[in-house]
Design a protein around this ligand. Structure first.
Ligand code: LMR
Length: 444
């Protein structure tokens, strides 16, 4: 009996009360542990329109579907194209017995950043001669735009507004907003002429507060495919100098617009010759077809003058701190490929050939589409398909028409009527022309 009572001691009323209290309190604590990130503090964000479109296209089982969404080059069989020169460089890297997977430096692969600089500003640039340009390798063009935006937001003494073209690459808006810059827009595309609204643009640049930051697409404007002529660039530079604006160039399509790397860099080189302090976000996604490898560069060109080189050193040091705190150091794989090609004359020449293959096929598709729409007598004018350049065409199709094209014809393009010309090929161009013709007639 004694041992039984030892094993099962009588339960006192006070210990029952204690247990009950502790269970109630842990229950209360558990259920009332307040959540900070509730549905009211974190609203559901809409899906990214471009990546949403890509997903919808992939999930569409139709064998007729046409992908004219994201700006990525496709060959004539609608397949991603590994540039032959990239394949060659890639093979050489894999066979290199000294290859390792060590970190790059904070600023990236020096052979790449030096070559990227020459590629965009020219080897004989006054900025290079005066040592007033610094370059950091970035997570493609997006990373470069972000790094530049972050730098301006942190170091520009006036916290200026950044003016974006209307329309622009949708991501510009969120990148600059996320780093705390105020954004505004300047007119760019004329719906009437389907070309540049040059007067509107100049007027807005004149009206913008002195010292504003102006985002300029160096060539092959995304999404419109409409670029200023060299004469117009000169006038833009004049107005920007009068108003002391700061040019922020975004160049994601060098070599795609004209097929000529030097010509596509003309505007940036001109602004540097004119003595502007400026920055450049450079992407190697499209012109090397290194989309997923996230290869790019950010360049800061200081103003000419006694302080230029030293100021540039300071800027480079601060950019390195920003880079270190965000990505530590950039990825090596794509950088090694691009660097090998840029630094080897034979590979470089082959790259130029590959660029001509891509831009040439796009030009053929432009001519083919225009010709098909005009010979069908599709209502409207279609000459802008061939006057616009680069990866995209801003067709002028309305949001309603775009929706019908998707629902009825399985054609995928952005709501603003932009098509990636590289998505067209000799197998689907007739079908696409037929679809556009039908939808335009149905809705006019
Ligand atoms: C595009 O506009 O389609 C490309 O620049 C891809 C992207 O990242 O938005």
């Amino acid at each position: 009996m004694a041992s039984r009572s030892y094993q099962n001691p009588p339960v006192s009323p006070s210990s029952i009360a204690r247990d009950r209290l502790s269970s109630i309190s842990s229950h209360i604590m558990g259920s009332s542990n307040p959540s900070v990130f509730t549905t009211s503090t974190v609203a559901a964000a809409p899906e990214d329109p471009l990546f949403g479109l890509m997903k919808a296209y992939r999930e569409d089982p139709s064998d007729k579907k046409v992908d004219l969404g994201i700006g990525a080059y496709r060959d004539n069989n609608a397949k991603p194209w590994v540039l032959p020169v990239v394949k060659k460089a890639d093979d050489a890297i894999h066979n290199d017995p000294n290859l390792n997977h060590e970190y790059l430096s904070i600023g990236g692969l020096p052979d790449l950043t030096a070559a990227a600089q020459k590629l965009i500003v020219g080897a004989d640039s006054p900025a290079i001669q005066d040592k007033r340009i610094c370059t950091l390798q970035t997570i493609s063009g997006t990373g470069a735009v972000h790094l530049g935006g972050l730098f301006l937001s942190k170091f520009h003494p006036q916290k200026p507004t950044i003016y974006l073209s209307n329309p622009t690459w949708a991501n510009h808006n969120q990148i600059f907003t996320n780093v705390g810059l105020k954004i505004a827009s300047y007119p760019y595309f004329s719906a009437k002429t389907k070309g540049l609204d040059f007067d509107g643009m100049l007027q807005a640049l004149r009206a913008a507060p002195s010292g504003s930051v102006i985002l300029l697409h160096a060539c092959a404007h995304n999404p419109t495919g409409v670029d200023p002529t060299q004469e117009q660039w000169r006038e833009i530079a004049t107005v920007m100098r009068e108003r002391s604006h700061f040019p922020f160039f975004d160049t994601a399509y060098q070599g795609f617009a004209s097929g000529d790397l030097v010509r596509d860099a003309w505007a940036i080189r001109y602004f540097i010759e004119q003595g502007f302090e400026l920055c450049v976000a450079q992407s190697f996604a499209k012109n090397f077809g290194l989309y997923g490898e996230r290869t790019g560069a950010f360049h800061f060109v200081s103003a000419p003058g006694a302080e230029g080189a030293v100021a540039n050193k300071h800027i480079a040091s601060q950019l390195a701190i920003l880079q270190r705190s965000e990505i530590s150091n950039p990825p090596a794989y794509g950088a090694r490929i691009a660097s090998r090609i840029l630094n080897d004359p034979a590979l470089f020449a082959q790259w130029e050939e590959d660029l001509r293959t891509m831009s040439g096929r796009i030009l053929e598709m432009r001519a083919g589409l225009r010709e098909r729409l005009e010979s069908r007598g599709t209502p409207g004018t279609w000459d802008h398909i061939t006057s616009q350049i680069g990866m995209f065409s801003f067709t002028g199709l309305t949001e309603t028409q775009v929706k019908i094209l998707r629902d009825k014809w399985h054609v995928y393009m952005t709501k603003n009527g932009r098509i990636s010309m590289a998505g067209l090929n000799t197998h689907n161009i007739d079908y696409f022309a037929e679809a556009v013709d039908s939808v335009v007639r149905e809705t006019s």
